[in-house]
Design a protein around this ligand. Structure first.
Ligand code: 0X9
Ligand code: ZN
Length: 442
């Protein structure tokens, strides 16, 4: 990557970078991270067609990596849509004048991020209070509510729902999978794997995954005997990062990583989607524990990741379709993520993804782009679905980046859970069908 040429205005960057906000964030008296004065900018990529993206991308990358002026909301310059960045109060004016000096167009999406967080959290809390800890899809639910719901499904429908604990997190929360086998889990049928919540702040991911599981249970209850219910078993993990997820409710709505201790006593957590044991430490990862894309001290250092790897590996021969859910940007990725290299079976993967995106769009017109992360966003090594293909040898492995494209971003209003669930169910259904067709013919 080329360094950004040193222009005279670069000298105006003052020494107070956002590093302080990264290593010593401000918390309220009630222990909650406060984002007062943080801003979100949407940086246009209008010039991506004529090759200017690389220059802009380099400027952004340089501002980020050497000066720590901001954090990416989606973790890197985005080749597809605009790139959203979060800037700390100390540097808000500086970043804006630097962008203007480099002729990089941007809009201010949020002039005070704390306000957006407060309205998202207040709206959700109101609905949670009304439902008093019982599961529903009108609000984003706490970890314990999701877990109790899984247990209650298993006790109400023991003929086809069961729950297994396969590991435990750094803070000793259980890693649990819900298995839905309408025709009895006799160990013979192909498995569809769905996981959510690996990034803590991506609330819509866990919510959508539980929505899908609930719908599948409803179909099984009503005696639906389509292939989707009768010919596959569903293995669903709504919370791949339980500690991080709870931390977003109790302390920091925008927390992404796990909550393990690191070599830096001020900085916690590893990016669990950079920690899997396939091409670990490669592109799009960091060895700095204070960064959002910290890969951890070694592959599978996180108990959440190592237990998931072990569990998935033990059932890998039955998994025909593996899907991890993230947000946001409305994208559907097929491998590889670690580098811009085509998978040998790219055509098979692309076909399934395209059918999924089309079926999803048919519900409400929500558009998803299909491709690989290096083509659409950026390369990122050590992610779950690359591991599923590379190590566990699961041919059909995908990642969704769910709603939206940035209007609300991670702070997606709870009203969108059900619509997101409905359209995603249509997309996943089409993908399952297409994978089953593939194995029937091959
Ligand atoms: O950076 C990520 O991990 C994902 N984007 S997110 O904004 N949800 O953090 C992209 C995942 C791409 N896939 C893999 N690297 N496996
Ligand atoms: Zn994510």
């Amino acid at each position: 990557m080329n360094a950004v040429p040193l222009a005279p205005f670069a000298l105006t960057v003052n020494t107070l970078s956002c590093l302080m906000s990264m290593t010593s964030p401000k918390f309220d008296n009630n222990g909650r991270r406060n984002y007062e004065g943080y801003q979100v900018l949407s940086i246009s990529n209008a010039s991506s067609q004529n090759g200017l993206f690389d220059i802009q991308g380099n400027v952004l990358q340089q501002l980020y990596s050497s000066d720590k002026l901001f954090n990416f909301m989606g973790e890197g310059p985005n080749k597809n849509g605009p790139t959203d960045v979060m800037i700390c109060p100390e540097q808000a004016n500086n970043v804006k004048s630097l962008l203007s000096a480099y002729d990089i167009p941007f809009t201010v999406k949020s002039a005070n991020l704390q306000q957006n967080i407060a309205s998202n959290v207040n709206e959700n809390n109101k609905i949670l209070a009304e439902s008093q800890g019982t599961m529903n899809w009108n609000a984003y639910q706490r970890f314990s509510t999701i877990q109790s719901w899984m247990d209650s499904m298993a006790s109400q429908y023991p003929q086809f729902v069961s729950v297994e604990t396969y590991g435990s997190s750094t803070e000793k929360r259980p890693m649990r999978v819900m298995k839905i086998s309408a025709s009895g889990n006799d160990g013979s049928k192909p498995i569809v794997w769905l996981d959510g919540g690996i990034h803590a702040r991506e609330w819509i991911s866990a919510a959508t995954v539980t929505y899908l599981a609930n719908e599948i249970i409803n179909h099984a209850k009503s005696g639906d005997d389509t292939d989707l219910i009768n010919s596959v078993d569903w293995y669903v993990v709504p919370n791949m990062n339980p500690d991080g997820y709870e931390y977003t409710f109790t302390a920091d709505r925008l927390w992404r990583k796990t909550r393990s201790k690191t070599s830096n006593r001020r900085c916690f957590g590893v990016d669990p989607n950079r920690n899997w044991d396939w091409k670990w430490g490669g592109k799009g990862t960091s060895n700095n524990p204070c960064e959002e894309i910290y890969r951890g001290p070694r592959a599978a250092s996180e108990p959440e990741v190592s237990s998931s790897q072990k569990y998935i590996f033990s059932i890998k021969d039955r998994i025909q379709l593996f899907i991890s859910f993230h947000s946001y940007s409305q994208l559907l990725f097929y491998p590889w993520a670690y580098d811009d290299v085509p998978a040998d079976d790219k055509d098979d993967l692309e076909k399934v993804a395209n059918l999924g995106a089309e079926a999803l769009e048919a519900v409400y017109g929500t558009k998803y782009r299909v491709g690989t992360p290096p083509q659409i966003l950026y390369a990122a090594a050590g992610g779950s679905y690359d591991w599923a293909k590379g190590v566990a040898n699961i041919k059909f492995s995908f990642t969704f980046e769910l709603r939206d494209t940035g209007d609300y971003g991670f702070l997606l209003p709870p009203k969108q859970i059900i619509p997101s669930g409905k359209e995603t169910l249509a997309g996943v259904t089409a993908m399952v069908q297409s994978v089953m067709d593939y194995y029937r013919d091959n």
